[in-house]
Design a protein around this ligand. Structure first.
Ligand code: BTN
Length: 152
């Protein structure tokens, strides 16, 4: 009886162990390329990075400081390729409909199995006089999640 129990114990361990070790060994992979939406409803597309870890893309903001009609704007950035699993990155959006620039910096995390970009940004708007420079910069945070694939 004792032998049978030990045998069953060893057998079940042998069956469960590979599953556990595979889970542990699989690294969380967060990839920047793709379509993302943030907590304000802005949409961004990041193209696959090149061999030097640089990328470009487009940004369609849902909100604006400028009164002009919002247009899709270009972005350029880099990721630090030291750790490709949950990389740190930065990018600049050069707004095509206003005279301002936003720089974002952040990290791509896998949180509960889902990719998320946790970012901070500085929005610098043009001033006509140096006397107004103190009023030129806004700071904030955005959280981006990957858009679900569109059905055709
Ligand atoms: C402008 O109004 O001059 C440009 C648009 C700025 C939009 C900002 S950038 C930071 C924040 N996150 C967004 O998705 N949109 C706003």
């Amino acid at each position: 009886m004792v032998h049978a129990t030990s045998f069953l114990l060893v057998l079940s361990l042998a069956m469960v162990a590979p599953v556990l070790s595979t889970k542990k060994l699989t690294p969380a992979l967060c990839v920047l390329a793709g379509n993302w939406t943030n907590d304000l409803g802005s949409n961004m597309t990041i193209n696959p990075m090149d061999s030097k870890c640089n990328f470009d893309g487009t940004y369609l903001t849902a909100v604006a400081e400028s009164k002009n009609k919002i247009k899709k704007s270009p972005l350029r950035g880099s990721q630090n390729c030291t750790d490709k699993t949950q990389p740190v990155f930065g990018f600049t959006v050069n707004w095509s409909f206003s005279d301002s620039i936003t720089v974002f910096t952040g990290q791509c995390f896998v949180d509960k199995g889902k990719e998320v970009l946790k970012t901070m940004w500085l929005l610098r708007s043009h001033q006509n006089s140096i006397k107004d420079y103190w009023n030129a910069t806004k700071v904030g945070t955005n959280v981006f999640t990957r858009q679900s694939p569109q059905k055709e």
